[in-house]
Design a protein around this ligand. Structure first.
Ligand SMILES: O=P(O)(O)OC[C@H]1O[C@@H](O)[C@H](O)[C@@H](O)[C@@H]1O
Length: 341
């Protein structure tokens, strides 16, 4: 059973309290006075960022998937060769110190392309000042991963005129965060809380099957389980898994399938989920289904991310694990030679 005293004791840095405020943080970020940037004639946007900042790129890629803009995602060091004067490169590093993203920023600054950087400061801010690169400073709230919502809505506001995203869709997503909060936040530590329910069910390695449009949500859920609950997690595209991954179920396993589904998934994707559910039932494999709410793609993604991030926090607390520290990441970073950036 969970109670506030246990939450406070295990989650020593109070990560859950930040999540309790996500809807307010998101709204404030969208409503605050970010100086907008107008980029005309863009036909290609490159999002560069790692971890939670990579999720921001994933999220925008899904939102823009039906627009005329081609989106590339860089989770590493190298820019694509197709970057030109009609390309907008957006680099996001919440800390401003992630070496892969700084390398991309450095490369983009030497090319004939449009460029903007978002961070809370760090080396990214210094680099932008030194090279007159467009820069927007957004505060870090607790940690890069908990700052996802403030960065997402600040970027939505700043790039309002460059991105074909309707204001109504953004407002709908903010309203949905308010609705979702009442079910999942820490003032509802009962079994009626769907995030606690799923956290209680996870006992092995979750494998998250997702439809194409919810890739960002699945990736974020995996990372949150890894960083906050410190457990392994796997993601698989449901359609692709039907051509390889499903064969793994031939043998007994402690992996636990979670079927992440969108309210308006493509009919062929729905058909696939139905067949797989039947397959799991026949084989007596226990699985969980998680459905998005109705609404536009931003609403679906952000509200699911909110609900699933809480799963990772509750899972951490249930297993008496402090969600904040990420010691192996700190160790790897301490070993990296970042002298050049
Ligand atoms: O957004 P940043 O500051 O570049 O960080 C990227 C990632 O860096 C990792 O080191 C953090 O542990 C992640 O939580 C984070 O998302």
């Amino acid at each position: 059973m969970l109670d506030v005293a246990t939450m406070d004791k295990v989650d020593a840095r109070g990560m859950y309290k930040i999540y309790d405020s996500w809807p307010e943080i998101a709204r404030k970020s969208y409503e605050s006075n970010h100086e907008p940037v107008d980029f005309h004639d863009i036909d290609h946007i490159v999002f560069a960022g790692m971890g939670g900042s990579g999720t921001i790129g994933d999220l925008f890629s899904s939102i823009l998937s039906k627009s005329d803009i081609h989106v590339s995602l860089i989770k590493g060091y190298l820019l694509p060769k197709t970057v030109d004067k009609n390309t907008l490169v957006i680099t996001t590093s919440i800390s401003g110190n992630t070496s892969e993203t700084l390398t991309v920023l450095d490369s983009a600054a030497k090319l004939d392309c449009r460029l903007i950087a978002f961070s809370s400061g760090g080396k990214m801010e210094d680099m932008c000042k030194k090279n007159q690169i467009k820069f927007r400073k957004i505060p870090l709230i607790h940690s890069p991963r908990t700052s996802l919502v403030s960065f997402t809505y600040s970027i939505l506001k700043t790039l309002n005129s460059a991105l074909p995203i309707k204001k109504n869709d953004i407002v709908e997503s903010l309203d949905e965060l308010d609705i979702m909060k009442k079910q999942i936040f820490s003032h509802n530590l009962s079994d009626s809380n769907p995030s606690i329910n799923l956290a209680n069910w996870i006992s092995g390695i979750p494998i998250i099957y997702y439809p194409h449009g919810l890739q960002s949500t699945a990736t974020r859920f995996k990372s949150s389980l890894q960083e906050n609950a410190k457990i392994h997690a796997i993601t698989e595209d449901i359609i692709e898994a039907c051509h390889n991954g499903m064969v793994s179920w031939e043998k007994p396993s402690t992996v636990q399938p979670i079927l992440l589904q969108g309210k308006d998934d493509y009919i062929k994707t729905k058909e696939r989920f139905d067949i797989i559910k039947e397959f799991f039932m026949k084989k007596d494999i226990d699985f969980k289904e998680i459905h998005s709410v109705s609404g536009n793609i931003l609403t679906k993604i952000i509200s699911l991310i909110y609900m699933l991030d809480y799963v990772s926090i509750y899972k951490a607390v249930l297993s008496k694990t402090d969600p904040s520290p990420v010691l192996p990441i700190d160790y790897i970073k301490s070993r990296l030679d970042t002298n050049n950036i």
